[in-house]
Design a binder for this molecule. Structure first.
Ligand SMILES: Nc1ncnc2c1ncn2[C@@H]1O[C@H](COP(=O)(O)OP(=O)(O)OP(=O)(O)O)[C@@H](O)[C@H]1O
Ligand SMILES: [Mg+2]
Length: 494
């Protein structure tokens, strides 16, 4: 048997992987754009705040700068240095620092730089980011510088520069990044979970299909895949189940055909053999029988001699029955069918057995459904069937035993049929023998030929009927015989 090779990487893993990768790439692209915009907005906010502050300081001190009142400027700005404002520097028209806030008095490099040197106009703003060393630590600062003009005049009186600490900006950027990262991680987990669920939903029916093909390839045609979706895979599953159904039916038909073929072969060989046996045995047997009869007519025979003769006669009758059964089993004579009441045929078979039943005190209980339609059968051959089964029941029960016969109408594969049940409370049939008992020459009896049930099955086969052993409560065995019941006379004769 060829094994279906397993894929190296399952569809499930591929689906989870690729769905996660694509969604993750998209998500991180979006998060990157959001992050860049957020950071830009935070810096922009800081620049705008710086511009508002530097303009306010410039307007507040323009008069003092024009008048050269540097002391009042120093006083004004000393009160402003707090929060994120690191320092304020005023330059005169020659770009020389004239007032420097106390907070940076020792940082000469910063004090000497100005962006407003040279030609500038009233609306100009200069931004700059620098590193400020404070003892051992470094601090980043955003400088905002504007020139100082008197409204209506073109003369530049100097410039004001402020330094804004960027610590809070960094903190906000950091927080934004952390929030986005947390969001990204949560989204990642959700993505993997979602991809997992999606992959499971897609691959489950595929897995079921793979399992189904494995079972079918192992010959288990009874396996059906549950249909859990109504999409294309659902359609495929339905077609698969239908295919399994057809395969099962084809196999059953093949097995039945095989059984019939075997039976036919067996019959043919037994037929040839039995014809020879019958021919070779019958003639000498008839002369033995006649001679024994003549001997039995002698009136001077004593009791013992008569008993020996009757034992010989019984033996001859047994041989004759065997030859008759054998020929009946092998001869494929055509059926003489007509309409008969099955109840009557059953009663006639029972009547033939009545003396023996009476002698053994066997109780027979009948349960026939009233008003049944007639069956289209060969009554002689069917009588033989019932007689064989009834005789077996009789042979199986003890003295005072019980045989039940029921006849009713039923439906099999949606067609009406007659059902005859013959059960007894005898020795029963071991499970292992249940199928063998229908084989020719299978017997557990010392004087049996093993042809009774084989004959019955053959006759029922010819009628399109069946015979089988069914389970029974308590001791004994039960045979179920079915016969087709034609729905119309026309149908029966075709
Ligand atoms: N009602 C029954 N109870 C128990 N065993 C049974 C019953 N009917 C059939 N069997 C078993 O099935 C075997 C085959 O039965 P079958 O009628 O074919 O042959 P037979 O009765 O042995 O011989 P004969 O050819 O005389 O009928 C029997 O030998 C017996 O073991
Ligand atoms: Mg029998």
């Amino acid at each position: 048997m060829k094994r279906i090779p397993r894929p190296r990487i399952s569809i499930y893993v591929q689906l989870v992987f690729w769905t996660s990768v694509i969604i993750l790439l998209l998500m991180f692209g979006v998060l990157y754009i959001i992050q860049t915009r957020e950071v830009k907005a935070i810096y922009q906010e800081k620049r705008e705040r710086g511009l508002v502050m530097v303009r306010y300081i410039s307007e507040m001190n323009v008069r003092s700068l024009v008048l050269g009142d540097l002391e009042s400027i120093d006083e004004n700005i000393s009160g402003l240095i707090r929060e994120d404002l690191a320092y304020v520097i005023f330059y005169d028209a020659d770009s020389k620092p004239v007032v420097v806030s106390q907070s940076i008095a020792d940082n000469a490099e910063v004090i000497n730089q100005t962006s407003c040197a040279g030609e500038v106009s009233p609306g100009d703003v200069f931004y700059n980011t620098i590193r400020l060393s404070r003892g051992r630590s470094l601090q980043e600062v955003m400088e905002v510088e504007v020139p100082v003009f008197i409204p209506g005049s073109e003369k530049k009186w100097g410039s004001v520069k402020i330094g804004l600490k960027l610590e809070d900006v960094f903190r906000r950027v950091q927080r934004t990044r952390l929030v986005l990262l947390g969001f990204g991680l949560a989204a990642f987990l959700l993505t993997v979970l979602g991809a997992n669920l999606l992959a499971r939903r897609i691959t489950r029916p595929i897995k079921n299909l793979v399992e189904g093909t494995r079972r079918i390839s192992r010959g288990d045609f009874s396996y059906r895949i549950p249909v859990i979706s109504s999409d294309e895979i659902g359609g495929l599953t339905r077609s698969f189940n239908q295919m399994a159904e057809e395969l099962l039916r084809a196999r059953e038909q093949m097995e039945e055909a095989n059984r019939r073929l075997l039976q036919a072969e067996k019959l043919a060989s037994i037929g040839r053999l039995s014809a020879t046996i019958a021919h070779e045995i019958r003639n000498p047997l008839t002369s033995v029988k006649l001679n024994i009869q003549k001997l039995a007519e002698i009136s001077t025979l004593d009791e013992l001699e008569r008993e020996h003769l009757s034992i010989a006669q019984a033996g001859i009758e047994q041989i004759e029955k065997f030859i008759k059964d054998l020929l009946s089993y092998t001869r494929a004579s055509s059926l003489q069918k007509d309409y008969f009441s099955l109840a009557e045929v059953l009663d006639e078979s029972l009547k033939l057995l009545q003396p023996s039943l009476k002698e053994k005190e066997v109780v027979v209980e009948k349960d026939y459904q009233p008003d049944l339609p007639p069956a289209y059968v060969d009554a002689d051959r069917l009588r033989q069937v019932f007689l064989n089964v009834l005789r077996n029941a009789y042979e199986a029960v003890d003295r005072g035993g019980r045989i039940e016969i029921s006849l009713r109408m039923n439906r099999e594969e949606d067609r009406p049929c007659f059902e005859v049940r013959i059960s007894d409370d005898g020795c029963g049939i071991p499970e292992k023998d249940r199928e063998n008992i229908f084989e020719p020459f299978f017997t557990t009896k010392s004087s049996g030929a093993g042809l009774g049930l084989a004959n019955a099955r053959r006759i029922l086969d010819q009628h399109g009927g069946t015979i089988r052993v069914v389970d029974k409560e308590g001791r004994g065995s039960c045979f179920l015989i079915t016969l087709p019941c034609p729905e119309s006379r026309q149908e029966a004769q075709t």
